[in-house]
Write a protein that binds this ligand. Structure first.
Ligand SMILES: Cc1ncc(COP(=O)(O)O)c(C=O)c1O
Length: 485
């Protein structure tokens, strides 16, 4: 047997290779409040709940008590009245999956003679990819609505897609790729008029927007909003594994559940996708919400508001770079300023790579051709967390220096590899690379090993240039190889 100390030393050594989770230097994935006491509180609460099984809150009523408090806090924050009820889930993706499953089941119930049909899920192209996953899993047709080139969502384009075969319309508050708030009121009202469910995906911004100044109504105040998701493991500042999904009305909420007495074992009733599940993330989130309350969240949001404003004015002064669209809340994306000549433009992916040398990580988002042929620009996403305010001057100086270093450098060009792939017959309607072929291609592209501080501009350019089926196969191979023994 290996001694516990030795095992933990090994884990510490492994952890040293990870991107930093605290300090605000990674502007995606992690949400640092800048208050270490919150992490400590979460840790202690999680430890207390560790032995529980969230499968059955009647056996472990402490779980039900914590869930009641979390749902009550979320309902108040999002202006839901007494008819708004919901569940604690394991994260944003699970909340989105369940919102889709609920809407599909309600649609099927309302259309008993159309069991053979696959209803549509209408969402802007900036809606989180979790909705594509949900459509696939729950057998709906995903019907993406192209955005404007500035990343904004056109309400009329969304409303145009609404028909009696639509089970769900999705809007975001805000959308992750752009940080923009979708036109929730007109879309939700049109959906209500047609009897269509409308989900507000506030997974990302849900625990920031209630305290953000001067926003239009985006939550249960809006007529027609039937469900809303918000992640406690993002701007709720809880450790990973916890989100909430709220519904307007018990009938809708109950459609989320699975129950069966038709097997040989115990009666099963699950509000969420998993069976046995950890109660630790719920306990951690519960403790943080108790500690911060609305006032605490308002203070933390204040730091993000100031950081966002500082970044926007600095970017305005950087030649060749600009903020994409008109973000509100805790995210924004940077794009090259196409109004200036090419030799003055700042490619956001080269910028992201250059920032790594300064110790900052922003997230590459490939450009994308929408169903109507319009191209959304490649961009770099920034998630702004409260801790960033303290290091803001340093970040802004790094941003300006990195922009100076890459200004005028053309985007990475994967033409050779794209040509080779086409010659091999991979592409739309063609072959999909096998796992070994995909791995060879990745290594050929220099993307066989991707580490926390590796430049990614070439891999991203490859994703932009390849047919989606081929790019997706390569990405699966890349990640699968990472964990292969
Ligand atoms: C708007 C939005 N919805 C859903 C998700 C999915 O959340 P998770 O990664 O917790 O599954 C995200 C994640 O960033 C998001 O930004």
């Amino acid at each position: 047997m290996t001694a516990p100390d030795e095992i933990l030393t090994r884990l510490q050594r492994l952890r040293a290779g990870d991107a930093p989770t605290h300090g605000g230097r990674v502007l995606s994935y992690v949400y640092d409040s800048g208050r270490p006491e919150l992490d400590e509180l979460a840790e202690r609460a999680a430890a207390l709940a560790r032995p529980l099984n969230g499968l059955d809150p009647t056996v472990f009523p402490s779980i039900a008590a914590m869930e009641r408090d979390l749902i009550a806090f979320a309902r108040r924050s999002f202006h839901g009245g007494g008819s708004v009820v919901g569940s604690v889930t394991s994260g944003g993706t699970e909340s989105c999956l369940l919102a889709v499953k609920t809407a599909r089941d309600l649609w099927r119930r309302a259309h008993p003679n159309r069991a053979h049909e696959r209803p549509r899920l209408v969402a802007p192209q900036t809606a989180h990819a979790a909705f594509q996953k949900a459509a696939g899993l729950f057998d709906l047709q995903f019907d993406p609505v192209p955005c404007r080139a500035d990343g904004g969502v056109d309400a009329a384009a969304m409303i145009d897609r609404m028909g009696d075969d639509v089970a769900l319309v999705v809007v975001s508050a805000p959308a992750y790729p752009t940080g923009e708030l979708d036109p929730i009121a007109p879309v939700a009202a049109a959906a209500a008029d047609r009897g269509i469910s409308c989900h507000v995906d506030a997974c990302f911004g849900g625990f920031v927007l209630p305290w953000w100044p001067e926003l239009p109504a985006w939550d249960f105040r809006v007529r027609g909003v039937t469900s809303l998701s918000a992640d406690l493991h993002k701007f709720g500042y809880a450790p990973k594994g916890v989100s909430v999904l709220l519904h307007r009305g018990r009938r809708r909420h109950r459609a989320q559940f699975f129950a069966t007495t038709r097997w040989a074992g115990y009666p099963v009733v699950n509000p969420t996708l998993l069976g046995s599940r950890s109660a630790s993330p719920t306990a951690a989130a519960w403790a943080i919400v108790q500690h911060l309350g609305s006032r605490g969240y308002a203070e933390l949001t204040g730091s993000i508001v100031r950081a966002a404003s500082g970044i926007r004015s600095t970017v305005q002064a950087i030649d060749g770079l600009r903020v994409w669209g008109d973000p509100v809340g805790p995210a924004l994306a940077l794009v090259a300023d196409t109004a200036v000549p090419a030799d003055r433009r700042v490619d956001p992916h080269h910028l992201a790579d250059a920032l790594t040398a300064h110790g900052w990580k922003i997230q590459h988002q490939p450009g994308f051709v929408q169903a109507d042929g319009t191209r959304l620009p490649r961009s770099a996403h920034l998630t702004l967390t409260p801790v960033l305010e303290a290091g803001l001057d340093d970040f802004l100086a790094s941003l300006s220096a990195a922009a100076d270093a890459v200004r005028g450098r053309p985007a990475a060009d994967p033409r050779v590899l794209r040509g080779a792939l086409r010659a091999l017959g991979y592409g739309p309607g063609g072959r999909i690379p096998s796992p070994s072929a995909a791995w060879r291609l990745l290594r050929l592209a220099g993307a066989g090993r991707v580490s926390a501080d590796q430049p990614l501009a070439t891999l991203m350019a490859l994703i932009e240039a390849l047919p989606a089926e081929v790019a997706e196969t390569l990405l699966i191979e890349l990640l699968a190889r990472h964990s292969e023994p």
